[in-house]
Structure formats: structure tokens, C-alpha cells
Design a protein around this ligand. Structure first.
Ligand code: ADP
Ligand code: MG
Length: 282
């Protein structure tokens, strides 16, 4: 099927300051689509508009082929899940009891609770009160909650920002597994590695505008300087062009059996972001 999200000339102005302006993009069914941008670039504003929590100033935003204003309708609420930083968890209840309330709200079987807790690696902590949890654990509970009703579309606003690398990797695996089963994911992040490993396509967001949109590989390839670094047995590192110009020298090193490693010098997504926007991601 076609596009699950369609956005055209979207704009949001707060007081007299614009948070996003002339934003255009589409997300295809089955994609993991990322918004990569530094703090204040308009990521949360976009997610809030797409989930019906905030009205746009102008432009078009459609989800499931309908204007976002329709998302409050119960029929659509069942079809998407959201993770944002305002957790809305009941602090005096346990993790399990919080999720139980959600099961009731969304008409999901209680057996889903252990399933979603496994994805976020929290089964052992499920009887802990939310008030005793770390920020990272809270973030994992809110992610579990967003998955309870098996939504076909997930909106995740910086889903691993409070997590250590091990838990981030575990969440990434869980998200890939959900995606493989058909869940479309729209996520925001300021973590270039997260965007690179998870996303099928990435939009670079800078000061409320999309500056570039493509697959991670295409983004990196278009900004490569087409060189490789060859490490020699002598310890010396030599930079050569990857084209025909470098072939002769490379061949000579190979013949002399002097090569220890060869690395192509493609930029990281973070480096591409700095080149394109003149700003750092963090
Ligand atoms: N409720 C609000 N009132 C006024 N300005 C806001 C509000 N929410 C966000 N902004 C401003 O809009 C811009 C984008 O914010 P946000 O979408 O939260 O960015 P991000 O999620 O990428 O950090 C920022 O300049 C921020 O200060
Ligand atoms: Mg934000």
C-alpha cells in the first residue's frame, strides 16, 4: 500500500516564532522513517501535530489518508501508538498495573503485558512502583505502553534518549522485530547512529526545515570525499583516491605485501549533517 503519513507545506508558529516551516515528506507503509535534528529543530512539534496533540498553523498533515484532526476518533486511536517525554504514568502504581490500565483502555488481552515488557527488557521489574524507577526505566515503560494494542503505526519521540547503550541496542532489536512484522515507525532522534542503523530513510531537520531526505547510504555516499586510508606494515597511513588514480599505488602496496588494513573514508551521518547544516547534532 502507499503512504501512511503525508505532510505538505506544514507550518507551526508559536507566538511569533516559527517552530517548523514548509515541511514536506511522506512515509510509506512498512518504513522506519527518521527525523534527525538537534534540540529545538522542531522534532517534537512535528510528532505532536502528527498525533493530533497540536494543531498546525497551516499546511496539510494526513495519517492513514485522513487529516490529523480525525485521529481523536476512537477508530483511529487504536491504530497508532505514541511515545513522548510526558510519560503520563501513574507513579503510585506498579509497572504491571499501569500497563493493565492501558490494556483495559485499548481492549487488549492482559497476556500482551509480558510480551511488551520483554521487548523493553523489564519483565523482572514489573512489580516495581513507577515512583521508584530511573528515567531510563520510565522511558522503557512508556515504550511498552505504546506497543500494548499492537498499533500499525508507531510515533517515537527520541525513544532511547535516556537509555544506556545496552538497553538502546535491545530496544533497537525490538523495534526491528516489530517493523519486520509490519509496523510502520516514525521516530525522531538526535543520535546519528540510531538513525543510521534503524531508519530506511532519514530527514535532516534544522531550524524547522527539512534540509535533506534520503536513505542513510545515499546521504553518506553523496558527501563522500572518495578516498581510502591504507594502513601499512610500517605503521604509516596513506590516503589514496578510490578511483583509477589510486589503483597504481594500491597495487604496488599489495604486491609488496605491505597492507594491514584498508578503510573507505565515507563520512558519518553526523559529519554529513554538519556539512549540510553547519550545525552539530548534539
Ligand atoms: N509550546 C511552545 N510554545 C512556544 N514555543 C515552543 C513550544 N513548543 C516548542 N517551541 C519552540 O519550537 C521550537 C521547536 O521545538 P521542538 O519541536 O520541541 O524541538 P525538538 O523536539 O527538535 O527539540 C523550539 O524553538 C522551541 O523553543
Ligand atoms: Mg523534542
Amino acid at each position: 500500500m502507499g503512504n501512511i503519513i503525508e505532510v505538505k507545506s506544514l507550518e507551526k508558529i508559536f507566538a511569533n516564532k516559527s517552530a517548523i516551516e514548509s515541511v514536506d515528506f511522506t512515509v510509506k507503509k512498512g518504513e522506519i522513517f527518521g527525523f534527525l535534528g538537534p534540540s529545538g529543530s522542531g522534532k517534537t512539534t512535528t510528532i505532536k501535530i502528527l498525533t493530533g496533540q497540536l494543531n498546525p498553523t497551516s499546511g496539510m498533515a494526513k495519517v492513514f489518508g485522513e487529516p490529523v484532526s480525525k485521529l481523536k476518533n476512537p477508530e483511529y486511536r487504536q491504530r497508532f501508538g505514541v511515545l513522548t517525554d510526558n510519560s503520563g504514568l501513574y507513579s503510585r502504581l506498579s509497572i504491571y498495573d499501569n500497563l493493565k490500565l492501558y490494556c483495559k483502555l485499548y481492549d487488549a488481552p492482559l497476556s500482551k503485558i509480558d510480551e511488551v515488557l520483554a521487548i523493553v527488557n523489564l519483565n523482572e521489574a514489573k512489580l516495581k512502583k513507577v515512583s521508584t524507577l530511573s528515567k531510563g526505566m520510565m522511558q522503557r515503560v512508556t515504550l511498552a505502553r505504546a506497543l500494548i494494542h499492537e498499533p500499525e503505526l508507531l510515533f517515537l519521540d527520541e525513544p532511547t534518549s535516556a537509555l544506556d547503550p545496552t538497553n538502546s541496542l535491545h530496544i533497537h532489536e525490538g523495534l526491528r522485530a516489530l517493523n519486520a512484522k509490519g509496523t510502520t515507525i516514525f521516530l525522531t532522534t538526535h543520535d546519528m547512529q540510531e538513525a543510521d542503523t534503524l531508519c530506511d530513510r532519514i530527514a535532516f531537520l534544522n531550524r524547522g526545515k527539512i534540509q535533506l531526505l534520503d536513505t542513510p547510504n545515499k546521504l553518506k555516499q553523496s558527501y563522500t570525499n572518495s578516498t581510502m586510508t591504507v594502513e601499512l606494515t610500517s605503521g604509516e597511513k596513506v590516503t589514496l583516491p578510490t578511483g583509477a588514480d589510486g589503483a597504481h599505488e594500491l597495487f604496488a602496496y599489495m604486491k609488496a605485501e605491505e597492507i594491514v588494513t584498508i578503510h573507505s573514508n565515507e563520512p558519518t551521518l553526523g559529519e554529513v549533517f554538519v556539512q549540510v547544516t553547519g550545525r552539530k547534532l548534539a
